[in-house]
Design a protein around this ligand. Structure first.
Ligand SMILES: [Zn+2]
Length: 408
């Protein structure tokens, strides 16, 4: 199986080399005129502002009287709208049937699905946490060439514990499993060789209701973490239960891809370790709210996960927005914002979409609407500090100075 993967890796490297990055090429100069701009989540808003984008970056930002609008600019009227930095969704998947053979599939269905799932909700950067790497890297190539309007895609390869095939994944799906540290390290090296951007470990794997969770031995997880970190790549984990959370801590994993539904709130000891190790959290609250369980059980799962997000956020840990979309077909982000708002302020939620991931993933030119930053911008129909669900009311999504979604 490893041999096959190396052949696949070679193929993927050739693809990546052929891809080039031209997402910023030929971007038209844009002038976003008359909106209220939040340059960052903690900045005072700038009313009746002008934002100019040119060559994929923000060329100017200021009040209408201070900024000259270039004569060749496409003017986008933002009166009554709010302008913020492009959103990150740090937990998505490109596993649905529409993405299969993404390298050769017709562009139109890919573009249509990309809009329904991601760009109409304002996402300009995403982390795919486990898909067929051949499809995801091919999709990324077609997005970056400008053929399929879409976000900047990063992708992580998943490693499962022995006997840890999750109940919710098709039984016939072949999954990379590690029963020793050496096997985990080998998988991580294979993923790095593919050109993947990170690793995702199932430190806890769900085997079905009433069945025990299969946890990954921290020493096995640690071996994969060491390989990824040596390559400068982040490691995510699906913890599933508190033993899976403790494995995250013991193995030096960077990001928890979910809260742990049905488990208690994180202990003071766990919270101290999160802080000490700089561990980040992706809530995925609406995923739990939409589980096909009795309403009273769903209510309880949401209450505990909201409490986990609250204590995590209150101790100053970095929350990264993420929904598991692509696994879940619930694309609308409104409910996620409503649930997060039970634990966090609107500005903290905006940070989880912009500055927190930009800082965490070391994207120095993303996350803010500032001169010289990447022209990744979202135009919202309403101020999110007045109503947090305005974060889901997207009028334009702009990536690298190109409009990749426009509400009709
Ligand atoms: Zn997922």
């Amino acid at each position: 199986m490893i041999g096959n993967l190396f052949r696949a890796a070679l193929f993927l490297c050739l693809l990546a080399a052929a891809a080039g990055i031209s997402a910023t090429a030929n971007a038209q100069t844009l002038a976003l005129v008359g909106g209220k701009v939040y340059a960052s989540p903690d900045a005072m808003p700038l009313d009746d502002a002008v934002v100019i984008t040119a060559n994929g970056v923000i060329a100017a930002i200021g009040s209408r009287s201070d900024v000259q609008i270039p004569s060749d600019a496409r003017v986008i009227d933002c009166a009554g709208k709010t302008v913020v930095a492009g959103f990150w969704n740090s937990h998505v998947h490109f596993t649905q049937a529409v993405w299969k053979d993404a390298g050769s599939a017709p562009a139109a269905p890919l573009a249509e699905h990309m809009q329904a799932m991601l760009t109409r909700w304002g996402f300009t950067t995403v982390w795919d946490l486990g898909s067929d790497g051949r499809d995801t890297l091919a999709l990324r190539r077609r997005v970056n060439s400008g053929e399929v309007p879409g976000p900047d895609i990063h992708t992580a390869g998943g490693i499962f514990p022995k006997d840890g095939h999750p109940a919710y994944l098709p039984a016939e799906m072949k999954l990379p499993m590690a029963s020793t540290p050496e096997e985990a390290a080998q998988w991580a090296r294979t993923f790095m060789g593919f050109g993947l951007d990170g690793v995702k470990l199932f430190t806890g794997s769900f085997k079905g209701s009433g069945k025990p969770v299969v946890n990954m031995d921290p020493a096995i997880a640690r071996a994969a973490v060491d390989v990824a970190h040596a390559a400068g790549k982040p490691v995510f984990a699906h913890p599933q239960n508190m033993a899976g959370v403790d494995a995250v801590i013991a193995a030096g994993v960077d990001i928890m891809a979910h809260t742990v539904a049905g488990e208690p709130v994180y202990s003071p000891e766990q919270l101290a370790r999160f802080k000490q190790q700089g561990i980040a959290l992706i809530p995925t609250l609406s995923l739990f709210a939409k589980l096909p369980v009795a309403p009273d059980i769903a209510t309880r799962l949401v209450a505990t996960t909201v409490s986990q997000v609250k204590v995590f956020s209150d101790t100053g840990g970095p929350v990264l927005f993420g929904t598991d979309v692509g696994f879940t077909t619930y694309y609308d982000t409104t409910l996620e914002y409503e649930l997060m708002h039970r634990a966090m302020s609107a500005r903290q939620i905006l940070a989880s979409l912009t500055t927190n991931p930009a800082q965490y993933f070391k994207a120095a030119k993303k996350g803010r609407v500032e001169k010289g930053f990447d022209a990744d911008v979202v135009v919202l129909d309403g101020d999110p500090t007045a109503d947090v669900t305005n974060l889901a009311k997207v009028t334009y999504t702009i990536r690298a100075g190109k409009v990749i979604y426009q509400k009709l």
